[in-house]
Write a protein that binds this ligand. Structure first.
Ligand SMILES: CC(C)(COP(=O)(O)OP(=O)(O)OC[C@H]1O[C@@H](n2cnc3c(N)ncnc32)[C@H](O)[C@@H]1OP(=O)(O)O)[C@@H](O)C(=O)NCCC(=O)NCCS
Length: 157
């Protein structure tokens, strides 16, 4: 089916927010959230976003430049927001940001952000065509325009 025959969705339609609490099993001996655990939470949030947009099972194809800006500590509340920047033929780019919040101060700070690419697959595990994405806000339009350059760079690397 051609993309134009499928009704495009907006980034807001599939935007996904996940909240977690950093528990002892999620941390290193210093009580700092393990990087792999945070990436797992980000992967799940973006998978939900991709699957809600495409209405297909999706697999992670790549994760770009995961940057651990500040540590989250045991007891912090971690909020992860996954928002689609662009849908291509079978792949989708999703921008994921994670914040940690101290319970007592209620102060939230950015701990991580990354671009994830997911590919929608059919019952045979073959990439399949998905709906388009229609950006609405000026930020969404900028992200949409820049996504094609990022796609090219990641496929070349
Ligand atoms: C991702 C995967 C489905 C792509 O399959 P493929 O046969 O290589 O597919 P194609 O070359 O036809 O590419 C399909 C799409 O994937 C994109 N893609 C392929 N490799 C990619 C990569 N490394 N990074 C980003 N996008 C990628 C292509 O650009 C293409 O996008 P488009 O259709 O929107 O233009 C396949 O490589 C795979 O199954 N990988 C393992 C996924 C996995 O196990 N993830 C972890 C668990 S969820």
């Amino acid at each position: 089916m051609n993309l134009t025959t499928k009704k495009a969705k907006t980034p807001k339609d599939s935007e996904t927010t996940v909240t977690e609490v950093v528990c002892p099993n999620d941390t290193n001996p210093m009580g700092i959230l393990q990087g792999g655990k945070l990436v797992q939470w980000m992967d799940i949030a973006s998978a939900v976003c991709a699957q809600n947009h495409s209405e297909h099972i999706c697999v992670t194809a790549s994760i770009d430049s995961v940057l651990f800006k500040t540590p989250a500590k045991i007891g912090d509340i971690v909020t992860i927001k996954a928002k689609m920047t662009r849908a291509f033929n079978s792949s989708m780019e999703i921008f994921v940001q994670a914040w940690a919040k101290k319970v007592v101060s209620q102060k939230a700070y950015l701990i991580n952000e990354a671009y994830f690419t997911f590919v929608a697959i059919d019952d045979y595990g073959t990439p399949c065509e998905i709906k388009g994405l229609k950006p609405v806000t000026s930020v969404e339009k900028k992200q949409y325009a820049a996504a094609i350059k990022r796609k090219k760079q990641r496929l070349e690397s």
